[in-house]
Design a protein. Structure first.
Length: 434
């Protein structure tokens, strides 16, 4: 069970306050009152904390808005043997994630109000990380007929996507973007031309050939993005490309942004921290979708983060059970867990001098929240007290077996990382403490 903080006033003192939304990086304190932030700043409690207020000594650690993870597969309802809303919530708060947005590829699919409300209600009952749903862009994720997007948006869907499937039919995508343009909705695409990657196992190239595995060409991402960006220009619809992983795809998005098109994108830690060599001798934990790319693509992802082309970093949490992973590579399912490694692997960009700490945190907090219209990811008086306290320097070794997720398939298993969560707070309640 999560630890319950006081429902009254709590003072977080001796903290390094970080708020990417306002560029704040300063020693200070923060006060919560029940579920909300009451005050914060460098000068708060300089004369001491008044009596009657619970005190949390942050011991100089970083206190930031809780992470907003915009791409998570929770597997409930329908595949609870892989993950549940509770186990995903436990993994999330252990990783400093206070809000996660779940894909609609559950069973049943989140393409009606009843299923969407079930997920939201279950998450509220569990009381760990907040869960916000995407709704399916097409009925049953079949890519043929648009879902009831207007009704689903009114019921709380943040955006519309076919999850791990690309909307491959150009006419369907045009209709989705046209509808989105009319009602101010967001379409999220898995950018991969389906016919080019069908039957593929890993990134196409020399390494795949040596392993005797069918390849998935990097150009599949660029081809679908090129098509979609032309449709965005035609319709004016808002468009978000998920987990971009190739140099050519990122270049297309960079050019689209320069033209003023309403386009955003995210990537995930495997695509800037690993390359196709991580597959090694048929290592199924590194079988991801999109696949791990070559080194030049990995460096292009880093450059896209540096220059701001890539707006956000998501975990791309895709839990699979042992029966789906401990099989020959060709038979293994795609996906890896990522909620608990999202922060430390992103911090590698800081330790390597690629991004500042505020820039890295921005891509984990206010940037994804802004894309999705969520009131989250920033320190603000009156806002929900969703916080993460972390040590950016603490080293530890990723042990997939010790993860809170029900599944244990981490592509970062055995990796030495720096950066550990000490405490996670949701609505003023401490829900995780190391």
């Amino acid at each position: 069970m999560p630890n319950r903080a006081s429902t009254g006033l709590v003072a977080y003192v001796n903290a390094r306050l970080l708020d990417p939304a306002r560029g704040l990086d300063a020693r200070g304190a923060l006060l919560t009152n029940g579920e909300t932030i009451a005050d914060f700043g460098p000068g708060l409690f300089q004369g001491g904390v008044p009596s009657g207020i619970e005190v949390v000594d942050c011991a100089g650690l970083c206190l930031a808005p809780g992470l907003v993870d915009m791409r998570v597969q929770v597997r409930e309802p329908g595949e609870e043997h892989k993950e549940t809303l509770r186990s995903a919530g436990e993994a999330a708060v252990a990783g400093g994630v206070t809000a996660m947005v779940c894909l609609p590829n559950t069973h049943p699919v989140i393409d009606d109000v009843a299923t969407m409300e079930f997920v939201a209600r279950r998450a509220r009952q569990i009381g760990l990380a907040k869960v916000f749903p995407y709704a399916a862009a097409t009925k049953q994720l079949a890519g043929k007929e648009l879902a009831e997007m207007g009704t689903l948006a009114e019921a709380g869907a943040l955006a519309f996507t076919d999850g791990t499937r690309a909307i491959g039919d150009a006419q369907v995508m045009r209709r989705a973007l046209s509808y989105a343009a009319t009602f101010g909705l967001l379409i999220v695409q898995h950018p991969e031309e389906p016919s080019l990657v069908e039957g593929g196992m890993m990134n196409e190239g020399e390494f795949a050939t040596r392993l005797g595995l069918a390849g998935m060409p990097a150009v599949a991402e660029a081809i679908l993005l090129e098509r979609d960006l032309r449709l965005v220009a035609l319709t004016g619809g808002r468009y978000h490309a998920a987990h971009v992983s190739t140099a050519e795809g990122i270049a297309l998005i960079r050019r689209a942004k320069a033209r003023g098109l309403p386009v955003t994108c995210d990537t995930a830690p495997p695509y800037f921290a690993l390359n196709e060599q991580a597959v090694g001798e048929y290592r199924t934990f590194a079988k991801l979708s999109p696949p791990l790319r070559g080194e030049s693509d990995r460096l292009a992802v880093i450059e896209g983060l540096k220059d701001g082309t890539i707006d956000a970093i998501a975990s791309d949490h895709a839990p699979q059970d042992q029966d789906s992973k401990r099989v020959p590579f060709a038979m293994a399912e795609f996906g890896g867990i990522g909620l608990e490694t999202l922060l430390p692997v992103t911090l590698e960009l800081v330790h390597d001098g690629i991004l500042s700490l505020l820039d890295a945190l921005k891509r984990l907090t206010c940037a994804p929240a802004g894309i999705l219209g969520l009131a989250a990811g920033r320190l603000e008086v009156g806002a929900s007290a969703d916080l993460v306290l972390f040590d950016p320097e603490r080293p530890w070794t990723v042990d997939a077996k010790a993860m809170h997720s029900k599944s244990k398939n981490s592509p970062f298993d055995d990796r030495l990382v720096r950066g550990a969560v000490a405490r996670t707070v949701v609505d003023g309640r401490t829900v995780f403490r190391a």
